[in-house]
Design a protein around this ligand. Structure first.
Ligand SMILES: N[C@@H](CCC(=O)N[C@@H](CS)C(=O)NCC(=O)O)C(=O)O
Length: 202
């Protein structure tokens, strides 16, 4: 049995939850809660960075971050399932994943500014700097979206990112990049694991 440590609301934790469900691996995985702010937490013991998700393997070793966990799941599922073997396709979906993960990094920092720093220390130029990454990432995605009918690490991360922005509303992507609304609908149809892993679905 493997142990996946994450909250149900972490957008990075949703990536492996979605991938495991899609690949039929859930019977090998137990999901346990994570607390990033707890000083003596299992999370920090497993990952010195104190970031979720972390996957603990049967031999007790800890695997992070979400990208590496998805790589491991792809391997367990036979390989070439969510990370293509073909080199050009592989580099393409890994870059799509890097873009979506980078937008999520910026989106998480926007939330943390409000959550962990006192209001008098909020610094609007820094928030705008992070929002710029989100807005440019969305614009690039709208210009050249990944194929929404293919379930791979690029589309999984992109859907997690859009779902996270829907929930926390760091920007209004449905207004600024409306073509991505159809993109997400098409992906949801291709990958039922997206809806099944919504925070409200658990
Ligand atoms: N690159 C990491 C990012 C993970 C991440 O930022 N997780 C957030 C929750 S969504 C977290 O644990 N934040 C706590 C912190 O940054 O200290 C991954 O892909 O897994």
């Amino acid at each position: 049995m493997m142990i996946l440590r994450t909250t149900d609301t972490s957008p990075f934790g949703r990536k492996p939850r979605m991938a495991a469900l899609h690949l039929g691996l859930m019977d090998q995985i137990q999901i346990v809660p994570a607390d990033a702010m707890e000083a003596n937490s299992a999370l920090r013991a497993e990952n010195p960075l104190g970031k979720m998700p972390v996957l603990t393997l049967a031999d007790g070793s800890h695997v992070f971050d979400s990208r590496v966990i998805l790589e491991h799941f792809d391997h367990l599922a036979g390989g070439g399932r969510i990370i293509p073997h073909d080199w050009d396709a592989r580099i393409n979906v890994l870059t799509a994943q890097a873009l979506a993960d980078g937008v999520m990094d910026a989106a998480v920092l926007v939330v943390y500014e409000g959550r962990y720093r006192p209001a008098e220390l909020h610094h609007e130029p820094w928030l705008a700097y992070q929002r710029g990454k989100i807005e440019r990432g969305l614009a690039q995605l709208a210009l050249a979206p990944p194929e929404p009918n293919l379930v791979n690490v690029g589309t999984i991360a992109t859907a997690c990112m859009l779902g996270y922005l829907d929930w926390r509303k760091q920007v209004d992507w449905r207004a600024t990049t409306p073509s991505l609304i159809n993109w997400l609908s098409a992906f949801r149809a291709a990958c039922p694991a997206f809806d099944a892993t919504a925070a409200s679905a658990s």
